[in-house]
Design a protein around this ligand. Structure first.
Ligand SMILES: [Zn+2]
Ligand SMILES: [Zn+2]
Length: 386
């Protein structure tokens, strides 16, 4: 898996590292043979340039002003590598002449076993990561704590689930979330809504703790898959916020410091660094055993990009670069928001267009959904699947 077109093992007739010319290459990375230290440095530099505007100390050392970053950690290879790299940048600043870091990093783990019961508990990894990188703040919360952090969520659930679902506020959060999820008909809708709930929880948590930015661990590969999936699900309008560096409608900035690194490169990095390797929870076995029918659009496109992306990495990188250059639609604080994904709604994008053909509750609701959420909320994808 890890040594594919983008990254191949150096042959036995070992070539010399093209960077330092001083050691045997261990792999060919984007057509250049590199030794292990040079590969790690190459990857670190990509992340470092992704953080460029936030790591410049400038006057910050005098004013002792720190920038509050939230780093969501899933214990996948990408976000684990991101934490390691960000920690490296903090250590580097502290070792410098100013002995000061302008990063104030809060690591958030949304317990993966509360997102999907098929994922193992991660308490061991959570303890380990705090030992390995003790300079940062850490919090682990379950997905259903969204009821605590996002005051609008119960209203949202009522709106989207329609008449078949009654949110019983006397029940514990966990049961309320389970009841809601059970009311969603299709795999794609379930997955899509789970992703939105996770996103809303992370954003609400960041706001609650007055973070100024969220550092997302998405690789180039993941951003390409997200781009394609969002277009396929009719979420093109909110796409730019989810893949592009910069300000967002949620009052925080999003940064994707790993946007220039391929997933295979991050997996390789994770294997080479023992502290990272010890915290990564391997992905569940690929969904190959399942038929495509059982996969959500997200899973399908993830698989697609993983298999095609290694054959044509340049194309995937282009997708991501192009999207990063898109100018986001302007937004104002009083603009109508989608009740589910909370993206601003384009004035011409919340009418009943396309909805007439389908009989579902949200059409008559006074609240507004973006096009993508109308599809998910109504289980339109179920109609499309059959
Ligand atoms: Zn080298
Ligand atoms: Zn929406």
């Amino acid at each position: 898996m890890s040594f594919q077109a983008t990254m191949t093992m150096a042959g036995k007739s070992s070539s010399i590292c093209a960077n330092c010319r001083n050691a045997d290459a261990f792999a060919t990375v984007r057509n250049r043979p590199l030794c292990q230290p040079c590969f790690l440095r190459y990857a670190d530099n990509k992340c470092s340039s992704g953080m460029k505007q936030y790591r410049m100390l400038g006057d910050a050392a005098k004013t002792r002003k720190q920038h509050k970053h939230l780093l969501p950690l899933s214990f996948g290879a990408s976000s684990s590598v991101l934490l390691h790299m960000i920690n490296g940048q903090v250590e580097h600043q502290l070792a410098g002449p100013l002995r000061f870091t302008n990063y104030d990093v809060h690591v958030l783990v949304v317990d993966p076993s509360t997102i999907s019961p098929s994922r193992p508990p991660c308490q061991k990894q959570f303890d380990l990561v705090r030992q390995h990188y003790p300079r940062h703040k850490y919090t682990m919360i379950p997905l259903h704590s969204i009821f605590e952090y996002d005051p609008n969520i119960s209203e949202t659930l009522r709106q989207i689930a329609g008449s078949g679902f009654g949110d019983d506020e006397s029940k514990p959060y966990r049961e309320r979330l389970e009841a809601f999820r059970a009311s969603i008909p299709t795999t794609t809708s379930k997955d899509d809504i789970d992703n939105i709930l996770l996103f809303r929880l992370i954003v609400a948590f960041a706001r609650h703790h007055a973070c100024e930015t969220i550092l997302w661990g998405d690789s180039d590969t993941r951003l390409a898959a997200k781009t394609l999936a969002n277009v396929a699900k009719g979420r093109g309008a909110s796409l730019t916020w989810q893949v592009r560096d910069g300000p967002t409608p949620w009052g925080l900035e999003f940064i994707f410091p790993l946007r220039e690194l391929y997933r295979t490169e991050l997996e390789q990095y994770a294997k080479l660094v023992p502290t990272v390797e010890s915290i990564v929870i391997p992905d569940p076995p690929a969904s190959e055993a399942l038929s495509n029918r059982d996969l959500s659009i997200d899973e399908l496109l993830n698989n697609y990009v993983l298999t095609q992306g290694v054959k044509y990495p340049g194309i995937m990188a282009n997708v991501v670069r192009t999207v990063n250059k898109l100018q986001p639609a302007g937004f104002t604080s009083d603009q109508a928001r989608c009740v589910l994904c909370t993206s601003p709604i384009e004035p011409d994008n919340h009418g009943a267009d396309g909805a007439e053909a389908f009989d579902f509750d949200v059409r008559n609701a006074p609240t507004q959904f973006c096009y993508g959420c109308r599809r998910s909320a109504a289980g339109l994808s179920q109609a499309a699947d059959t």
